[in-house]
Design a protein around this ligand. Structure first.
Ligand code: SAM
Ligand code: SF4
Length: 330
């Protein structure tokens, strides 16, 4: 296999790595964090120097885009310095961050100067009481001013992630879509995934075609151009709107055939599929003193075995907290 081209056994080229730099979070979203979630002790987490060492190897294998996520990435001490260093790694063309937005009102300009090219901010309700009910904290105003600070800092567009949930926020879809009329944001409706089966129910699930129908009450959705690094979202615009509306059919129409991503957890587990298990323990390799060449080969072999099509988890039970989105970074 040639240097700089990471391909799996289905000939998909893999260029995108998501790093969950911590499983801890400042929120407790009821659809994401199972009760009794046990957080990883610091000693079991990858140090930032380990992440940098590994990203350097991944970049030499062809990874070009890195997303830093969590848990909440902006609460990990030293994150800005880490982001700057990440950006310096030869081969890495784009670093982006997914955040709950609580710290953005202060950090947005610093993220911009650290070389972060894109921001995704999670916000599932525009209503103070409902936001508090979903997340466990009464801080929606911080997130909203954080989004404005990010726009001011020059993130264009700021992507706003909305997990669509029937009976929870479906009465707010139009309000979210209306925000795009005069704000340079991309509101992205994401299908609720059964990542942690005990937190998911079919009654709460609403598929993209139904969400789209809701939004079309505001007028026709015009297909918009995708950016170079755009993922599986379908992107549209309302007539005359500044911002955009995206739909991510993570459940109803999987995009496994074009999946180009890998995930690395805060404990150093390489995951080749969001719904898989840790496929390679890179922390163990680092702690055992493995050299770059050995790690590189192990990554190649693991990626070669990447799933063709994902299998959604169905059974709840002991240990399921390990499948929380806060551990794998969404
Ligand atoms: N804490 C950060 C945040 O909330 O943006 C980053 C981590 S969070 C796990 C990443 C994304 O995953 C968020 O947009 C969140 O809404 C989404 N997410 C979490 N659980 C989900 C689920 N079951 N289905 C769909 N998206 C989910
Ligand atoms: Fe934290 Fe993000 Fe999960 Fe909410 S979705 S609990 S903010 S990791």
């Amino acid at each position: 296999m040639s240097e700089g081209l990471l391909r799996d056994g289905f000939q998909r080229s893999v260029e995108y790595l998501r790093l969950s730099v911590t499983d801890r979070c400042s929120l407790r979203c009821d659809y994401c964090m199972p009760a009794g979630m046990k957080f990883t002790p610091n000693c079991d987490m990858l140090k930032f120097s380990d992440f940098l060492f590994l990203v350097d190897i991944f970049a030499s294998l062809g990874i070009r885009k890195v997303r830093v996520t969590g848990g909440e990435p902006l609460i990990r001490r030293g994150i800005l310095r880490f982001l700057r260093q990440l950006k310096e790694i030869p081969g890495i063309e784009r670093t982006v961050v997914t955040t709950n937005g609580l710290k953005l009102y202060k950090m947005a300009p610093h993220l911009k100067s650290a070389g972060v090219a894109g921001l995704n901010v999670s916000l599932d309700s525009l209503d103070r009481e409902k936001y508090k009910k979903i997340t466990g904290v009464d801080q929606i105003s911080k997130v909203i001013s954080g989004i404005d600070s990010a726009i001011e800092a020059g993130f264009a567009p700021v992507k706003v992630n909305v997990v669509a949930m029937k009976g929870v926020n479906d009465d707010e879809f139009l309000k979210f879509a209306e925000l795009t009329r005069d704000k340079n944001i991309q509101v992205r409706f994401i299908e609720f995934m059964p990542a942690t089966p005990s937190l998911w129910s079919s009654e709460r699930f609403i598929a993209v075609p139904e969400i789209k129908k809701h939004i079309e009450r505001l007028g026709p959705l015009v297909s918009a151009d995708k950016e170079k690094w755009g993922g599986p979202a379908e992107i549209y615009k309302l007539d005359g709107a500044v911002g955009q509306i995206g739909f991510i059919s993570a459940v109803s129409r999987h995009f496994c055939e074009s999946c180009n991503r890998l995930r690395l957890t805060s404990t150093g587990q390489l995951m080749t599929c969001l719904f898989g298990k840790g496929d390679l323990d890179l922390k163990k390799m680092i702690d055992g003193g493995a050299d770059k060449k050995t790690i590189k080969q192990a990554i190649r072999e693991t990626v070669f075995d990447k799933n063709g099509v994902r299998v959604l988890p169905t059974a709840a039970g002991p240990g399921e907290e390990k499948r929380s989105m806060s551990c794998v970074g969404g």
